[in-house]
Design a protein around this ligand. Structure first.
Ligand SMILES: Cc1cc2nc3c(=O)[nH]c(=O)nc-3n(C[C@H](O)[C@H](O)[C@H](O)COP(=O)(O)O)c2cc1C
Length: 446
């Protein structure tokens, strides 16, 4: 047997280099020098994995820190600037979808392995193009046909730890589609698509020591064809069950809304949470294409003035009902305890300007009811989105019982029908989780 023939299997060889890559460097040249220094000889079919960091450095895909910015703030700002969208945001983490479609913490913006402390690395502009160019340059220099994978380190949802993935691919199978094939027992494979390029990237990372300058790794023995791009590995947003919510996520977010009546008074509601919630509210279904929902955000001193006027009307109503004074005082105090200290107070309305006019009471009432129902749908969406931001709400009826008072205090026309107040804030105590609802009895089939 010839000793030149590799045994079957995959061989992974680190190709470290002491060279610190700078903008304008020729990566093929850096790689060739590293191959020689390490005594590695390329063969046809090898796959060269190159860390996206050195690709970004060589291509000058960098951004600068603004004066006074700390690392975390700079990475978030830069990630946002280069993002196609925010996937998830929490105090400790920002996950964005990049223009390429990659989903990564801070959109892959990185500060490691950069000599200048004020420079941050972006992902390469076109990783597939970068892989193509390096592949061609290697073929020219070494007379071999290799594949190239541009790799980066990403975290994964639902699994701890990071692993390398393929951002750019050239001359390597990106995905091996095994759908339609059969397993050992002859069962048809329905969903199996092997992410070969990601597997190669992860394998390469096994021999990489992040502290040691190993931007290149050669993987020998990768099976399969040679076609595909890094873009093939990006799940299109339309097929993204998780971002779209999916039935489970939708059910959970609706269930997560709980009425909260005691708020942490020193924790303001972020404006972004409020605007998100109103944006959701104004997608509610409404009669004949109208958009009848309005929200008034009450701040001092107007808030106290309106609440005082509403309380006076309520007291008058209860007095007229013959309710005892101490009972009236208790009921007003219970309502005040929710509305007055709430970090945010919104009044919800439907405007009836676009409601159809009917000559009879039956249809006029139905038309008005339908507008109010639409307001209810909007208000629930508002509460659901606020709950998703961790903000608790209480929908309080009071405004609906004194519409003239509310309109007079806020100088609104008679077409604005108040449908309730929403007190909002972070809960003082987290609301208990809701028991799963049993739909039995709520749905009749005829
Ligand atoms: C139209 C409407 C009016 C409401 N009015 C009040 C109210 O005046 N005061 C109050 O404390 N809660 C009010 N609520 C909240 C309900 O009491 C609450 O939704 C119910 O107890 C169920 O709890 P949950 O929202 O956590 O599922 C109202 C809810 C709706 C839908």
């Amino acid at each position: 047997m010839s000793p030149a023939v590799d045994p079957p299997g995959v061989r992974i060889t680190a190709v470290p280099t002491p060279h610190r890559v700078r903008p304008g460097d020729d990566l093929a040249e850096v790689f060739s020098a590293a191959l020689e220094a390490n005594g590695v000889v390329l063969a046809d079919g090898d796959v060269v994995c190159v860390a996206s960091k050195v690709v970004s450095l060589a291509e000058g895909a960098v951004a600068a820190r603004l004066p006074g910015e700390d690392d975390a703030t700079a990475r978030r700002r830069i990630a946002r600037q280069h993002a196609a969208g925010v996937v998830a945001e929490a105090p400790q983490v920002l996950v964005t979808r990049t223009r390429h479609g990659f989903v990564a913490a801070n959109g892959g913006v990185d500060a490691s392995n950069v000599t200048d402390a004020d420079t941050f690395l972006l992902l390469p502009d076109d990783p597939d193009g970068s892989a193509d160019r390096l592949r061609t340059a290697i073929a020219e220099r070494h007379g071999v046909t290799v594949g190239v994978v541009v790799t980066d380190t990403f975290g994964r949802p639902w699994r701890l730890g990071q692993t390398d993935v393929a951002l750019g691919v050239s001359g390597v199978t990106a995905i091996r589609d095994e759908r339609g094939g059969h397993d050992l027992d002859g069962r048809r494979l329905e969903v199996t698509e092997v992410a070969v390029a990601d597997e190669v990237a992860a394998a390469a990372d096994l021999v990489r020591d992040k502290g040691s300058g190993t931007p290149f790794v050669v993987v020998r023995g990768v099976p399969g064809g040679r076609h595909g791009t890094g873009a093939d590995l990006v799940r299109p947003p339309t097929a993204d069950l998780f971002a779209a919510g999916g039935p489970t996520a939708a059910l959970r977010s609706v269930q997560a809304r709980r009425t909260v009546r005691r708020f942490a008074v020193d924790r303001p509601v972020p404006t972004a949470a409020l605007t998100d919630a109103v944006a959701a509210a104004v997608t509610a279904p409404a009669p004949h294409g109208t958009r009848p929902w309005r929200f008034a955000r009450l701040t001092e001193p107007r808030r106290s003035r309106v609440l005082d006027a509403m309380a006076a009307r309520w007291r008058g109503d209860l007095n007229a009902d013959g309710v005892a004074e101490d009972v009236i005082t208790r009921r007003l105090a219970r309502s005040d305890a929710v509305l007055r200290p709430a970090p945010e107070l919104l009044f919800a309305f439907v405007v009836l300007e676009d409601a159809h006019d009917y000559p009879d009471q039956r249809r006029s009432t139905a038309e008005r009811d339908l507008f109010v129902l639409s307001g209810g749908a909007a208000l629930q969406s508002l509460q659901v989105v606020l709950a998703a931001h961790g903000v608790g709400t209480a929908w309080i009826s009071s405004t609906a019982f004194c519409p003239e008072v509310v309109r007079a205090e806020l100088e609104l026309p008679a077409t604005w029908a108040p449908i309730g107040a929403v007190a909002a804030g972070f809960p003082e105590d987290p609301p208990p989780p809701r028991e799963p609802a049993d739909p039995t009895g709520f749905l009749r089939t005829y």
